[in-house]
Design a protein around this ligand. Structure first.
Ligand code: SAM
Length: 354
C-alpha cells in the first residue's frame, strides 16, 4: 500500500491538489500560510551535542508527555486545518518508544492525499533499525544531522555519539531508498576546516548538504560566541574554490540553495543570524507536551494539551490553534554577541527540535 505514495519531490498527486483547494488554511496576521508543522516527539536524545544541550540535562517527567495517540490526534487536527508537511523531530525522534506506531498511523494522511510529506530529522543512530519501516510508512526523505567525518571530533561534538553508528544509519537509509539530506551546524574552530570535505563527501553520495548557523537557544556548558561562524564567511571562502550558482530549489524549510558546479550537488544555507528568513516562514512547532511555539526564536507559546484533554471533540483545540496563529510574530531577532551573555530564548533546541 505505502509503496504507492507519490514521491514528494515530484509534487503532490492530483487528488492532493484538489484537497488543498477545498481545505481551509491557517493564515497568520502577516498573510503567511502556515502549512508546515514540526513536532518534537520527545525531549530525550542519545547524543549530547555541545551546541544543543548541556551534558546534565533534566528531562521532562514521562507523565507530562502527550501519549502517541494524543500526538496523532493533534497532528490530525493540524492537517485538517491546512498543514501539508509534517516533520518529526526531538530530542531524537527515533528513541521515543513505539514511535513507529505514530509514523504508521500518520501515514494514513499520505494515503488520503491530505498530507504531502511526512519526514523526520534524526541523528541517524537508530536508522539501521528503522530505515526500512520508515520507507514502508511512506517516508521518502529524511534529514540526518552530521557535523564532521572525523571520529574523534564526532565524539567531542556529540559527547555520547559514535561516528560508525551514524554512518551505518546513513547507509541503511540510502539502502532503504530514502533520500538523505545532511544537516551540519557550522562551528568556528571545530568543523570550519572540514566544510569542503563534508560537501564533497555528501555530494559524492548523492546527498544534499545544508549548513546551519548556531542559534542562541538554551544554556549550554560553553560560550556560544566561541562557536558562532557566520555562513556569509563560509560562503565567501567556498567561492575561492567552487562555483556556487543560486537556485530557486525549496524543500519547504528555510534553507536557500546553491548548485555547486564542480560536484553537481546542492548546498543549502540556513542563516537565522546573518540573514533571517522570517518573511517566508510557514512553520509552527509543537513540543512533546503539546505546547505550540509560533516562532523558533520567541518565547510566546500556546498550551494545546489542556484543550486536547478537555473533551473528545476537537472544537476547543481548533479554536486554541486559531487563536495562537493569530499571534504568530513577524520574526525572531537572534543576536550572538559577547555583550548579551544570555540565550535569546531559554529553552533548548531539543524542546522544539529545530
Ligand atoms: N536529534 C535529531 C537530530 O540530531 O537531527 C533532531 C533534533 S536536533 C535538535 C535538530 C537539529 O538542530 C540538528 O541538526 C542539530 O544540529 C540542530 N541544532 C541543535 N541546537 C542547535 C543550535 N543551538 N543552533 C543551530 N542548530 C542546532
Amino acid at each position: 500500500m505505502h509503496g504507492t505514495h507519490p514521491d514528494p519531490r515530484r509534487g503532490p498527486a492530483p487528488e492532493a491538489e484538489q484537497g488543498r483547494s477545498a481545505r481551509p488554511a491557517m493564515i497568520d496576521p502577516f498573510g503567511r500560510n502556515v502549512s508546515y508543522l514540526r513536532v518534537s516527539v520527545t525531549d530525550r536524545c542519545d547524543f549530547r551535542c555541545v551546541y544543543c544541550m548541556a551534558e546534565n540535562m533534566a528531562f521532562l517527567p514521562k507523565k507530562d508527555l502527550l501519549s502517541l495517540e494524543e500526538l496523532d490526534r493533534l497532528c490530525t487536527v493540524f492537517i485538517e486545518k491546512g498543514v501539508r508537511k509534517l516533520r518529526l523531530t526531538g530530542g531524537e525522534p527515533l528513541v521515543r518508544k513505539n514511535i513507529l506506531w505514530l509514523i504508521r498511523s500518520l501515514s494514513r494522511h499520505l494515503d488520503s492525499g491530505a498530507l504531502e510529506e511526512l519526514t523526520l530529522t534524526t541523528n541517524g543512530s537508530q536508522l539501521p533499525r528503522y530505515a526500512r519501516d520508515l520507507y514502508d510508512c511512506g517516508v521518502r526523505r529524511i534529514n540526518v544531522s552530521l557535523d564532521t567525518l572525523d571520529p574523534q571530533r564526532f565524539k567531542a561534538i556529540t559527547r555520547w555519539g559514535n561516528l560508525d553508528q551514524a554512518m551505518g544509519g546513513i547507509d541503511a537509509a540510502q539502502q532503504a531508498g530514502l533520500a538523505v539530506k545532511i544537516n551540519a551546524v557550522a562551528l568556528k574552530g571545530v568543523n570550519e576546516d572540514e566544510i569542503e570535505t563534508l560537501m564533497q563527501w555528501a555530494h559524492g553520495r548523492g546527498m544534499d548538504l545544508t549548513l546551519i548557523e548556531t542559534m542562541p537557544l538554551g544554556d549550554i556548558d560553553g560560550d556560544r560566541t566561541d562557536q558562532y561562524l557566520p555562513l556569509s564567511v563560509v560562503r565567501a571562502r567556498l567561492l575561492d574554490r567552487w562555483t556556487l550558482e543560486d537556485i530557486p530549489y525549496k524543500t519547504g524549510g528555510p534553507a536557500r540553495y546553491v548548485q555547486v558546479k564542480e560536484t553537481g550537488g546542492r548546498l543549502g544555507f540556513i542563516t537565522p543570524l546573518t540573514h533571517n528568513f522570517c518573511e517566508s516562514c510557514n512553520r509552527v512547532r509543537i513540543t512533546c507536551t503539546g505546547t505550540l511555539y509560533m516562532c523558533l526564536g520567541q518565547d510566546d507559546a500556546a498550551d494545546l494539551r489542556a484543550p486536547l484533554r478537555m473533551s473528545e471533540g476537537n472544537d476547543a483545540l481548533s479554536a486554541a490553534i486559531d487563536e495562537a496563529i493569530s499571534r504568530k510574530p513577524k520574526g525572531h531577532d537572534f543576536v550572538i554577541d559577547r555583550r548579551f551573555n544570555k540565550p535569546a530564548v531559554a529553552r533548548h533546541m531539543s524542546v522544539t527540535g529545530g
